[in-house]
Ligand binder design. Sequence first.
Ligand code: XMP
Length: 310
Amino acid sequence: MNYKAFVDEQVASIQASVGNHLAINALSGGVDSSVVTVLGHRAVGDRLKTVFVENGLMRRGEPERVVHLFSGMGIPVRLVDAKKEFLGALRGLTDPEEKRNAITRTFYSTVFGKLVRETGAKYLFHGTILTDIEETVAGIKRQHNILAQIGIDPEKEYGYQVLEPLKTLRKDGVREVANILGLPPEISGRIPFPGPALATRIVGEVTEERIATVREATSIVEEELENTGAFQYMAVLLGDKATGMIQGRREFGQIIVVRCIHSVDARAATPVELPWDKLKRICERITAIKGVNRCLYDLTPKPPATIEYI
Ligand code: XMP
């Protein structure tokens, strides 16, 4: 594919769709939403309002990092605090699809519905990619950002139209476009991180305490594995518990799974054969987190597993 031509086509198509109206988009700092942000600003300038939705499910330091990085590129990003809304919607839910559904509804209806009314935006840009659509349509998983393809009409339900400039690309294509747009390697090479964020890394109920545990484990795993060249790596908090010993006392504690995979486009994945020393160090650091007494390494390829746990 000629990615330069792709950029020109998308810029022209965005201009034609948006016209003189206002558009809005949510930036998470991942490569997909970053590319959409830059494409959108290239097409319609400050008629695109970019927001970072702080859903309380982000990794440590992420909101500040993203706002700072984009303001350095001349793109202002408004931080919207929606922690209460997301945590409230997730309270008591344990079923993976119900959790995803709660996040979708909170994002598009509660948070974006309000922002759209406030700003008068008519369009919402999305970083949906081809793999998201395929897996959702195939019924493997409902990605949080798929609406039209599953029969939700955002205009009718939420009052705005959705534009998805990346929906013909896979992850490797998005990275090519990121490079063409001059995004720094810290974004174009960033490992995928799902829209529902740390909620996809928690099996069972998402509570503030459980988010704090998985956030801490995520920092450790990302720090230890950033030089592996792997496609994606993560920490997952399981819903089960296990008996362990903490300071000589028995404790029924939390279990963290570490996953590190090779993949080209997330459709299939194989586990990375990490050196034993590396695994041991990760295990030591993770079991030092309060309340965690086991750390497991996941050897399952995709298929039969998916990459995320919910
Ligand atoms: P799975 O778990 O389906 O993940 O094998 C495939 C790739 O997609 C990412 N992923 C998501 N990305 N919204 C996203 O933006 C989502 O709801 C979502 N679910 C999974 C996952 O991290 C992996 O790279």
